[in-house]
Design a protein around this ligand. Sequence first.
Ligand SMILES: NC(=O)c1ccc[n+]([C@@H]2O[C@H](COP(=O)([O-])OP(=O)(O)OC[C@H]3O[C@@H](n4cnc5c(N)ncnc54)[C@H](O)[C@@H]3O)[C@@H](O)[C@H]2O)c1
Length: 282
Amino acid sequence: MQRISVIGSGTMGNGIAHTFAQFGFDVALVDINPGALEKAMAIIADNLDRQIKKGIVAEADKLSILGRIATFTRVIDGVQTADLVVEATTENLEIKLGLFAELDRLCPRHTILASNTSSISITKIASATSRADKVIGMHFMNPVPVMKLVEVIKGYATSEITTNSITAISKKLDKVPIESNDYPGFVANRILMPMINEAIYALYEGVADEAAIDTVMKLGMSHPMGPLQLADFIGLDVCLSILRVLHDGFGNPKYAPCPLLVNMVTAGKLGRKSGQGFYTYG
Ligand SMILES: NC(=O)c1ccc[n+]([C@@H]2O[C@H](COP(=O)([O-])OP(=O)(O)OC[C@H]3O[C@@H](n4cnc5c(N)ncnc54)[C@H](O)[C@@H]3O)[C@@H](O)[C@H]2O)c1
Protein backbone atom coordinates (compact mmCIF):
# COMPACT_ATOMS: atom_id res chain seq x y z
CA MET A 1 0.00 0.00 0.00
CA GLN A 2 1.51 3.31 -1.08
CA ARG A 3 -1.31 5.66 -2.07
CA ILE A 4 -3.36 6.86 0.89
CA SER A 5 -6.42 9.11 0.72
CA VAL A 6 -7.46 10.93 3.87
CA ILE A 7 -10.99 12.32 3.82
CA GLY A 8 -11.57 15.26 6.17
CA SER A 9 -8.73 17.65 6.99
CA GLY A 10 -9.76 18.79 10.49
CA THR A 11 -8.01 18.05 13.79
CA MET A 12 -7.53 14.36 13.04
CA GLY A 13 -7.31 14.39 9.24
CA ASN A 14 -4.37 16.79 9.12
CA GLY A 15 -2.49 14.72 11.69
CA ILE A 16 -3.20 11.49 9.80
CA ALA A 17 -2.07 13.02 6.47
CA HIS A 18 1.05 14.42 8.17
CA THR A 19 1.96 11.03 9.65
CA PHE A 20 1.52 9.04 6.43
CA ALA A 21 3.57 11.62 4.46
CA GLN A 22 6.27 11.65 7.15
CA PHE A 23 6.72 7.91 6.70
CA GLY A 24 6.99 8.10 2.89
CA PHE A 25 3.43 7.46 1.70
CA ASP A 26 1.74 9.51 -1.05
CA VAL A 27 -1.25 11.26 0.44
CA ALA A 28 -4.36 12.75 -1.14
CA LEU A 29 -6.05 14.95 1.47
CA VAL A 30 -9.71 15.67 0.69
CA ASP A 31 -12.07 18.13 2.36
CA ILE A 32 -15.27 19.69 1.01
CA ASN A 33 -14.18 22.95 2.66
CA PRO A 34 -11.22 24.59 0.81
CA GLY A 35 -10.53 26.77 3.87
CA ALA A 36 -10.09 23.64 5.99
CA LEU A 37 -7.52 22.28 3.50
CA GLU A 38 -5.54 25.53 3.58
CA LYS A 39 -5.60 25.57 7.37
CA ALA A 40 -4.59 21.88 7.49
CA MET A 41 -1.49 22.44 5.31
CA ALA A 42 -0.44 25.38 7.51
CA ILE A 43 -0.89 23.27 10.67
CA ILE A 44 1.11 20.39 9.14
CA ALA A 45 3.96 22.80 8.26
CA ASP A 46 3.94 24.19 11.84
CA ASN A 47 3.88 20.72 13.36
CA LEU A 48 6.77 19.64 11.12
CA ASP A 49 8.75 22.65 12.41
CA ARG A 50 8.05 21.45 15.95
CA GLN A 51 9.29 17.95 15.02
CA ILE A 52 12.42 19.48 13.43
CA LYS A 53 13.17 21.40 16.66
CA LYS A 54 12.82 18.17 18.63
CA GLY A 55 15.10 16.32 16.21
CA ILE A 56 12.34 13.91 15.10
CA VAL A 57 12.33 15.09 11.46
CA ALA A 58 15.33 16.43 9.50
CA GLU A 59 15.01 20.01 8.22
CA ALA A 60 16.01 18.75 4.75
CA ASP A 61 12.95 16.43 4.67
CA LYS A 62 10.32 19.07 5.38
CA LEU A 63 9.63 20.08 1.78
CA SER A 64 9.53 16.52 0.49
CA ILE A 65 7.07 15.54 3.24
CA LEU A 66 4.81 18.49 2.37
CA GLY A 67 5.26 17.68 -1.32
CA ARG A 68 3.85 14.18 -0.77
CA ILE A 69 0.47 15.66 0.27
CA ALA A 70 -1.86 16.74 -2.55
CA THR A 71 -5.16 18.43 -1.65
CA PHE A 72 -8.59 18.02 -3.26
CA THR A 73 -12.07 19.37 -2.61
CA ARG A 74 -13.92 16.57 -4.45
CA VAL A 75 -13.80 12.99 -3.24
CA ILE A 76 -13.84 11.70 -6.82
CA ASP A 77 -10.53 13.48 -7.56
CA GLY A 78 -8.74 12.17 -4.49
CA VAL A 79 -9.56 8.46 -4.30
CA GLN A 80 -9.41 6.94 -7.77
CA THR A 81 -5.99 5.34 -7.30
CA ALA A 82 -6.10 4.88 -3.52
CA ASP A 83 -4.85 1.68 -1.91
CA LEU A 84 -6.23 2.81 1.47
CA VAL A 85 -8.76 5.48 2.39
CA VAL A 86 -8.80 6.77 5.96
CA GLU A 87 -12.00 8.69 6.63
CA ALA A 88 -11.79 11.42 9.29
CA THR A 89 -14.87 13.54 8.61
CA THR A 90 -17.27 14.97 11.16
CA GLU A 91 -18.62 12.38 13.65
CA ASN A 92 -22.06 12.07 12.07
CA LEU A 93 -23.65 8.78 10.98
CA GLU A 94 -25.45 10.20 7.92
CA ILE A 95 -22.25 11.84 6.60
CA LYS A 96 -20.25 8.65 7.06
CA LEU A 97 -22.89 6.34 5.50
CA GLY A 98 -23.19 8.63 2.45
CA LEU A 99 -19.44 8.94 2.12
CA PHE A 100 -18.73 5.20 2.39
CA ALA A 101 -21.36 4.44 -0.27
CA GLU A 102 -19.61 7.01 -2.50
CA LEU A 103 -16.14 5.62 -1.71
CA ASP A 104 -17.36 2.11 -2.54
CA ARG A 105 -18.48 3.35 -5.97
CA LEU A 106 -15.35 5.41 -6.72
CA CYS A 107 -12.43 3.40 -5.32
CA PRO A 108 -10.71 0.45 -7.03
CA ARG A 109 -11.91 -2.97 -5.87
CA HIS A 110 -8.74 -3.60 -3.83
CA THR A 111 -9.01 -0.38 -1.78
CA ILE A 112 -9.39 -0.77 1.99
CA LEU A 113 -11.86 1.72 3.49
CA ALA A 114 -10.95 2.68 7.07
CA SER A 115 -12.77 5.04 9.42
CA ASN A 116 -11.22 7.03 12.25
CA THR A 117 -14.61 7.21 14.01
CA SER A 118 -14.53 7.43 17.82
CA SER A 119 -17.84 5.74 18.38
CA ILE A 120 -19.86 4.82 15.29
CA SER A 121 -20.24 1.11 14.57
CA ILE A 122 -17.82 -0.11 11.90
CA THR A 123 -20.34 -2.83 11.01
CA LYS A 124 -22.96 -0.14 10.34
CA ILE A 125 -20.54 1.92 8.22
CA ALA A 126 -19.59 -1.23 6.28
CA SER A 127 -23.28 -1.90 5.53
CA ALA A 128 -23.26 1.16 3.22
CA THR A 129 -20.71 -0.58 0.96
CA SER A 130 -20.50 -3.77 -1.10
CA ARG A 131 -17.09 -4.62 0.43
CA ALA A 132 -17.73 -5.12 4.16
CA ASP A 133 -14.67 -7.40 4.32
CA LYS A 134 -12.48 -4.39 3.42
CA VAL A 135 -14.03 -1.91 5.88
CA ILE A 136 -12.28 -1.42 9.20
CA GLY A 137 -11.76 1.07 12.04
CA MET A 138 -8.38 2.80 12.23
CA HIS A 139 -8.75 4.94 15.35
CA PHE A 140 -5.82 7.31 15.79
CA MET A 141 -5.42 9.39 18.93
CA ASN A 142 -5.04 13.18 19.12
CA PRO A 143 -2.43 14.60 18.38
CA VAL A 144 -1.80 11.96 15.72
CA PRO A 145 1.92 12.64 15.01
CA VAL A 146 2.65 12.23 18.74
CA MET A 147 0.35 9.52 20.07
CA LYS A 148 1.51 5.93 19.62
CA LEU A 149 -1.79 4.06 19.72
CA VAL A 150 -3.92 2.97 16.78
CA GLU A 151 -7.05 1.09 17.81
CA VAL A 152 -7.81 -1.31 14.95
CA ILE A 153 -11.52 -2.16 14.99
CA LYS A 154 -12.78 -5.24 13.21
CA GLY A 155 -16.37 -4.95 11.99
CA TYR A 156 -18.56 -8.05 11.92
CA ALA A 157 -17.40 -8.92 8.37
CA THR A 158 -13.88 -7.42 8.30
CA SER A 159 -11.49 -10.01 6.87
CA GLU A 160 -8.28 -11.16 8.46
CA ILE A 161 -6.34 -9.96 5.40
CA THR A 162 -7.72 -6.44 5.88
CA THR A 163 -6.96 -6.48 9.62
CA ASN A 164 -3.41 -7.70 8.99
CA SER A 165 -2.83 -5.01 6.34
CA ILE A 166 -3.95 -2.24 8.71
CA THR A 167 -1.85 -3.65 11.55
CA ALA A 168 1.20 -3.77 9.27
CA ILE A 169 0.77 -0.25 7.91
CA SER A 170 0.22 1.13 11.45
CA LYS A 171 3.60 -0.35 12.41
CA LYS A 172 5.18 1.35 9.38
CA LEU A 173 3.95 4.63 10.87
CA ASP A 174 5.83 3.73 14.07
CA LYS A 175 2.51 3.25 15.87
CA VAL A 176 1.36 0.44 18.13
CA PRO A 177 -1.81 -1.16 16.72
CA ILE A 178 -4.21 -2.84 19.14
CA GLU A 179 -7.09 -4.97 17.82
CA SER A 180 -10.61 -4.54 19.13
CA ASN A 181 -13.97 -6.00 18.16
CA ASP A 182 -16.80 -3.72 17.12
CA TYR A 183 -18.81 -2.98 20.26
CA PRO A 184 -19.86 0.48 21.52
CA GLY A 185 -16.87 2.66 22.43
CA PHE A 186 -14.45 -0.08 21.31
CA VAL A 187 -11.80 -0.24 24.09
CA ALA A 188 -10.42 3.29 24.48
CA ASN A 189 -13.66 5.21 24.91
CA ARG A 190 -15.47 2.43 26.74
CA ILE A 191 -12.96 2.82 29.55
CA LEU A 192 -12.10 6.52 29.24
CA MET A 193 -15.62 7.98 29.01
CA PRO A 194 -17.06 6.34 32.16
CA MET A 195 -13.97 7.65 34.04
CA ILE A 196 -14.56 11.19 32.75
CA ASN A 197 -18.29 10.87 33.54
CA GLU A 198 -17.49 9.73 37.08
CA ALA A 199 -15.15 12.70 37.55
CA ILE A 200 -18.00 15.00 36.44
CA TYR A 201 -20.36 13.25 38.90
CA ALA A 202 -17.81 13.81 41.69
CA LEU A 203 -17.81 17.53 40.85
CA TYR A 204 -21.65 17.62 40.49
CA GLU A 205 -22.13 15.97 43.89
CA GLY A 206 -19.66 18.37 45.54
CA VAL A 207 -17.13 15.71 46.50
CA ALA A 208 -14.26 18.02 45.49
CA ASP A 209 -13.58 20.94 43.12
CA GLU A 210 -12.17 20.74 39.58
CA ALA A 211 -8.52 21.25 40.51
CA ALA A 212 -8.72 18.72 43.34
CA ILE A 213 -10.31 16.02 41.16
CA ASP A 214 -7.71 16.50 38.41
CA THR A 215 -4.82 16.61 40.89
CA VAL A 216 -5.88 13.33 42.48
CA MET A 217 -5.73 11.59 39.11
CA LYS A 218 -2.48 13.27 38.05
CA LEU A 219 -0.47 12.79 41.23
CA GLY A 220 -2.23 9.70 42.55
CA MET A 221 -2.60 7.70 39.34
CA SER A 222 0.18 9.21 37.20
CA HIS A 223 -2.24 10.40 34.53
CA PRO A 224 -0.55 13.14 32.47
CA MET A 225 -3.77 15.16 32.54
CA GLY A 226 -6.76 15.13 34.92
CA PRO A 227 -10.09 13.79 33.58
CA LEU A 228 -11.85 17.19 33.63
CA GLN A 229 -8.98 18.86 31.80
CA LEU A 230 -8.97 15.97 29.32
CA ALA A 231 -12.75 16.31 28.81
CA ASP A 232 -12.23 20.02 27.99
CA PHE A 233 -9.49 19.04 25.55
CA ILE A 234 -11.63 16.38 23.79
CA GLY A 235 -14.73 18.62 23.73
CA LEU A 236 -17.65 18.22 26.12
CA ASP A 237 -20.07 17.73 23.21
CA VAL A 238 -17.91 14.88 21.93
CA CYS A 239 -17.79 13.28 25.41
CA LEU A 240 -21.58 13.56 25.70
CA SER A 241 -22.18 12.02 22.30
CA ILE A 242 -19.85 9.07 23.02
CA LEU A 243 -21.52 8.48 26.41
CA ARG A 244 -24.88 8.43 24.58
CA VAL A 245 -23.53 5.81 22.16
CA LEU A 246 -22.42 3.67 25.15
CA HIS A 247 -25.74 4.21 26.97
CA ASP A 248 -27.86 3.39 23.90
CA GLY A 249 -25.62 0.55 22.74
CA PHE A 250 -25.49 -1.35 26.03
CA GLY A 251 -28.77 -0.14 27.58
CA ASN A 252 -26.95 -0.02 30.91
CA PRO A 253 -27.67 2.94 33.26
CA LYS A 254 -24.03 3.01 34.36
CA TYR A 255 -23.24 4.91 31.14
CA ALA A 256 -25.92 7.60 31.68
CA PRO A 257 -24.28 11.00 31.12
CA CYS A 258 -24.05 13.19 34.24
CA PRO A 259 -26.74 15.93 34.20
CA LEU A 260 -24.00 18.54 34.72
CA LEU A 261 -22.33 17.47 31.45
CA VAL A 262 -25.68 17.67 29.62
CA ASN A 263 -26.30 21.18 31.05
CA MET A 264 -22.86 22.45 30.12
CA VAL A 265 -23.19 21.24 26.52
CA THR A 266 -26.69 22.77 26.27
CA ALA A 267 -25.23 26.06 27.53
CA GLY A 268 -22.53 25.99 24.83
CA LYS A 269 -19.69 25.34 27.28
CA LEU A 270 -17.83 22.80 25.15
CA GLY A 271 -14.34 22.98 26.67
CA ARG A 272 -11.19 24.40 25.15
CA LYS A 273 -12.65 24.98 21.68
CA SER A 274 -15.40 27.29 23.06
CA GLY A 275 -13.10 29.00 25.57
CA GLN A 276 -15.01 27.64 28.57
CA GLY A 277 -15.57 24.20 30.03
CA PHE A 278 -14.46 23.01 33.46
CA TYR A 279 -11.71 25.61 33.05
CA THR A 280 -11.48 28.94 31.20
CA TYR A 281 -9.23 29.27 28.13
CA GLY A 282 -7.76 32.02 26.00
N1 LIG B 1 -10.79 15.13 17.79
C1 LIG B 1 -10.37 14.05 18.40
O1 LIG B 1 -9.71 14.10 19.46
C2 LIG B 1 -10.65 12.69 17.81
C3 LIG B 1 -9.90 11.58 18.29
C4 LIG B 1 -10.11 10.33 17.68
C5 LIG B 1 -11.05 10.20 16.67
N2 LIG B 1 -11.78 11.29 16.24
C6 LIG B 1 -12.74 11.10 15.13
O2 LIG B 1 -12.13 11.62 13.94
C7 LIG B 1 -13.15 12.12 13.05
C8 LIG B 1 -12.83 13.55 12.72
O3 LIG B 1 -12.80 14.32 13.91
P1 LIG B 1 -12.11 15.77 13.96
O4 LIG B 1 -12.05 16.13 15.40
O5 LIG B 1 -10.91 15.77 13.12
O6 LIG B 1 -13.27 16.65 13.24
P2 LIG B 1 -13.15 18.12 12.63
O7 LIG B 1 -14.50 18.74 12.81
O8 LIG B 1 -11.95 18.83 13.17
O9 LIG B 1 -12.88 17.87 11.06
C9 LIG B 1 -13.81 17.25 10.22
C10 LIG B 1 -13.54 17.71 8.78
O10 LIG B 1 -14.33 16.90 7.91
C11 LIG B 1 -14.75 17.72 6.82
N3 LIG B 1 -15.90 17.07 6.17
C12 LIG B 1 -17.17 16.94 6.63
N4 LIG B 1 -17.91 16.24 5.75
C13 LIG B 1 -17.08 15.92 4.70
C14 LIG B 1 -17.26 15.20 3.49
N5 LIG B 1 -18.44 14.65 3.16
N6 LIG B 1 -16.20 15.05 2.65
C15 LIG B 1 -14.99 15.60 2.98
N7 LIG B 1 -14.78 16.30 4.12
C16 LIG B 1 -15.81 16.46 4.97
C17 LIG B 1 -15.06 19.05 7.47
O11 LIG B 1 -15.06 20.13 6.51
C18 LIG B 1 -13.94 19.18 8.51
O12 LIG B 1 -12.82 19.88 7.99
C19 LIG B 1 -14.48 11.90 13.78
O13 LIG B 1 -15.05 10.70 13.33
C20 LIG B 1 -14.06 11.81 15.25
O14 LIG B 1 -14.97 11.04 16.01
C21 LIG B 1 -11.58 12.53 16.77
